[in-house]
Design a protein. Sequence first.
Length: 657
Amino acid sequence: MMGQASAGGGSTITQQLAKQLFSTPAKSTIERLLQKPIEWIIAIKLERNFTKEEIIALYLNYFDFLHGAVGIKIAANTYFNKEPKDLSVTESALLIGLCKNPSLFNPVRYPERSKERRDVVLSQMRKAGYLSQAEYTSYCSEPIELRFHRADHKDGMAVYFREFLRQYMMMDRPTRDDYPSWNMRQFVIDSIAFASDPLCGWCKKNTKKDGSYYNVYTDGLRIFTTIDSRMQRYAEESVYNHVAKYLQPQFNKENSTKPNAPFTENLTPEQVRQIMGRAVKQSERYRIMKQAGASAAEIEKAFRTPTDMTVFTYHGDIDTVMTPLDSIRYYKSFLRAGFMSMDAHSGQVKAYVGGIDFEHFQYDMVMGGRRQVGSTIKPFLYSLAMENGSSPCDKAPNVQRTYMVAGKPWTPRNANRRRYGQMVTLKWGLAQSNNWISAYLMSRLNPRQFVNILHKFGIDNPDIHPSMSLCLGPCEVSVGEMVSAYTAFANNGIRIAPLFVTKIEDNEGNVVTQFQPRMNEVISSESAYKMLVELMAVIDEGTGGRLRYKFDIAGEIGGKTGTTNRNSDAWFMGFTPQLVSGVWVGGEERDIHFDSMSMGQGATMALPIWAYYMKKIYKDQSLPYDSTSVFDVPADFNPCAKDDNDDGEFGIDEVYE
């Protein structure tokens, strides 16, 4: 089959391999004729330097078996859902038969023709002595039984992570002209990432031996990620089971009585029409019709005309009839989620779930999306207080106050009036997520210092402005940034940036780049110890208590729940001595959410995902994480130690008016 040694490069397989490896598709007949002699010379060199077994292996690894199945490994999985080593004789013969002409002998479209070609391959095996006559006859009698599924980059594990990594590594150096005027914030964020993270834009910062830049698609790079397949599976299961099986049915039930569903009942019909109008203009259908010159009336009619379409459900895609306008509303009715888990000390990202289904909801809510963080910002404010000499035992007045901000009164609200009028400790205030205590702290601190410390925690949003209300978390931050920020509490005040890749090898196995953790000190170790006391109290005495009494998770845990106005965003940030993980759950837009506080709060929406994930982690004894680990705090540390002349009441001289 491979030809004789004397063939001198004339082997069909070898020449085809030369074409696969070294020739680009010809644009004309003349160009193709010029390629032929070059391929012949390359084929000669291939046969002089490689055995015939190596050549056939290379050929099969580069051959396009159709349906996105490039290479024998993917082909075996695409047609039979097997690894190559597990293929039967008849299955192997079918795939080899495709090498003659994959389109002509496509087993999906032409099963009979494919079987005839398979039997020809079996006949050749019999003639070559690999099969007996009896075996040949038996194999030819077997029907073709495919377990076909189309190979797709959207399949498999950690799809959001893989897509993020592809875009992140291939990012060009940001230039202002490439960003619309309304998205200068993203330009700043991308510029910071490109300058500070060696992985960001790696392919546009590093060159090959010939001086050209690397390409993740064509250069055969081996990228060693930090993702742990076991932990990734647990994360995906936890997100899916809570959002799809519990939250979504509850959300659908609540929406069944809303005239504006899936939007909040607080919106007017006109506000809903405006939102839907914007969504229409952002759709692919609108863009295509607009480019084709369709009028506004024609576009509106098309969006209101029932059309055959296939839509996503949690039970599989279904065929239905729906107007394009209703389909936009239908997809907006699905809740979204983002989850990331990092090793607290190495920064290695172990699990990354950017959404509920990549094929239908491709917006990445880990590193792409940014939402208001609500009360999960409060630990950063308390950290600033600790840095200014406060302690968890300092007391503040638990009363509602009105503050003058830029000449206007601002009166923060609170979820309850528990212990109203009393002097309460800061530890209690954070554990209960008390807004009045946070506002009081903010009034005694400098908001500009607060913005500065947020940036030190790794929150790069340039739109964060110093103000009193910042203490309640109106700023928009990504899940990835929040998880990275919380590593400072588990790591003695040292914040670690997310580490996605450990090393990259070229197609020859040479290590091109190795990546190390990137760290910066945010707060002192003493302040970090104090914050541990307060954040562990959130779990043991406060809003994160469900981890103990409902989910029965043991061990030392710190964390913080977060819920923004009208339940638009639900958060939970949780960490152990070994792992830091964060969850966000919400709608595609901030006006899509539960209207009931019992369902919409972070403790209901987000916290259970963290709990399910950690229970799976602790149960898996093959992982190096267990509930007996403890935070690195000196045995003699006293979080309430004060100077002799300190009366224990919180107070900092500078007051912001």
